[in-house]
Write a protein that binds this ligand. Structure first.
Ligand code: ACO
Length: 431
């Protein structure tokens, strides 16, 4: 196939058919196969969407072989170094970096909406304290639709803009409440005079009526972590958000569905699983080689959590940034964590071991984040909600792009039926 070609021809036993090619600005071009069924009677089978693009998108670009990640064209390294979480949120959602006035007004709007309805605070207090925070978080985001009905219309630009601001604002308050409920501590009110991350740390960790000043190194580190998690193109949860929204479900329902997808240990839940894995290695006092041998033998489905990625076949650029940050945070907090040593040993062995090298398995973003969150004082069950808080702008941007795309259709995959052919019902007495 040449770069000038604008279609490809597929010959099948039922005749040949021509498919248009859609060119990418970077990365893989796509063959549009939508007419295959109508023209030939065949469907495509692609479990796990290994090869299927569900949309064209202008939001995030990943080159998995080169370890490249860009939001709206800007390299993740530059954004993590120079930008802030809310500025990145604006960029992802609106497509361009904001002017100073646009940035200030966006930040002001988000901050002003961080207070939740008093009944919402009561609602947050009704879940058992022992509930996993991800289950509570998805319920809470879903419930925003009941408290803010004026922001539900998915066809009006102003309502979508309102829902966008509400989601970014309330998600922060919800996340701090998840931590406080579990700890049996009172839920605090926001302080509009503080920054998004600064006030999040206060709402999460402050003792009521005592002055709380977050360490600027921690504010900066958490801000960067949120930026690193802000979007990752068509991953499992973003795809779920798009598919749910493709039925024109409201944005809260769509993002609640994404939060549920993110909770799985093969996706965002991996950050919690990594910490449990490191703790189990520490507790059993195995040497790291013994654990690696179990992984390679695929013993009881043991995987090296925080390693491997569907798209990255190189070092995840986010993991490289997080790894550097881990040192700074632990040093600031004066924490000497044996788990960080274990993680480094695991990484070193894995990166030089044939099993991992042949399969191109490298650390992903989740490998080192848990160590930082733990040092900051978060319980492991809070790690995935922190991921969700960071991913909020990406889910919003993906949902909005899907709603505005004239090519969007309700997500409805086909199947290849392999069950029984027609047979007649047999009465229970005759079976
Ligand atoms: N440890 C050991 N072996 C692994 C790992 C791992 N972490 N990941 C993949 N493999 C092996 C598989 O066993 C398989 O080996 P085989 O060819 O001998 O059967 C091969 O590598 C390919 O793995 P797949 O599962 O087919 O790769 P896929 O792209 O479907 O999965 C995934 C990607 C789910 C991320 C996988 O690497 C994994 O389970 N990693 C651990 C969980 C994790 O860290 N998830 C977070 C991902 S990042 C994110 O969502 C934010």
């Amino acid at each position: 196939m040449t770069d000038e070609q604008n279609s490809v021809t597929l010959g099948t036993e039922r005749g040949s058919v021509q498919f248009p090619i859609h060119r990418a600005t970077e990365g893989n071009d796509g063959i549009v196969v939508s007419s295959l069924l109508k023209d030939t009677g065949f469907v495509t089978l692609d479990p796990g969407f290994m090869n299927t693009a569900q949309c064209e998108s202008k939001i995030t670009y990943i080159d998995g072989d080169a370890g490249v990640l860009r939001y709206r064209g800007y390299p993740i390294e530059q954004l993590a170094e120079h930008s802030s979480f809310l500025e990145v949120a604006y960029l992802l959602i609106h497509g361009e970096l904001p002017s100073p006035a646009e940035r200030d007004s966006f930040i002001e709007r988000v901050n002003r909406h961080t207070l939740v309805h008093e009944d919402f605070r009561t609602f947050m207090g009704t879940f058992p304290r022992t509930s996993h925070p991800m289950a509570v978080m998805s319920s809470a985001v879903s419930a925003l639709a009941t408290f803010y009905p004026e922001s539900l219309d998915p066809y009006q630009d102003e309502t979508i803009e309102l829902a966008t601001v509400l989601l970014l604002a309330k998600a922060r308050t919800i996340t701090s409440y998840l931590h406080r409920r579990r700890a049996g501590e009172p839920l605090l009110y926001p302080d509009y005079s503080r920054g998004y991350v600064d006030d999040f740390l206060r709402m999460t960790f402050a003792v009521p009526y005592e002055q709380y000043d977050a360490d600027p190194v921690l504010v900066d580190a958490l801000d960067k972590l949120l930026i690193l998690h802000a979007d990752h193109e068509q991953n499992c949860s973003a795809s779920v958000v798009r598919i749910t929204g493709s039925a024109h479900a409201n944005i809260y329902a769509s993002i609640a569905a994404g939060i549920n997808a993110l909770s799985g240990p093969l996706h965002g839940g991996a950050n919690e699983s990594v910490l449990k894995m490191l703790q189990s290695i520490e507790k059993a006092d195995y040497d790291v080689n013994t654990f690696i041998a179990k992984v390679k033998n695929k013993e009881d489905g043991v995987r090296l959590m925080g390693f491997g990625h569907r798209v990255y076949k190189n070092y995840d650029p986010r993991a490289a940034i997080v790894k550097k940050r881990a040192d700074a945070v632990l040093e600031t907090l004066g924490v000497n964590d044996r788990l960080l040593e274990i993680a480094r040993e695991l990484e070193e062995i894995a990166l030089s071991d044939d099993y991992f090298v042949e399969r191109k398995l490298y650390p992903n973003v989740d490998f080192y984040t848990g160590i930082i969150y733990k040092a900051m004082g978060f319980d492991p069950s809070m790690f995935t909600p922190l991921f969700a808080l960071g991913r909020m702008p990406g889910w919003i941007a993906q949902w909005r792009e899907m709603m505005n795309d004239p090519q969007s259709k309700i997500g409805r995959p086909r199947q290849i039926y392999t069950g029984a052919s027609k047979r007649d019902y047999v009465d229970v007495t005759a079976r």
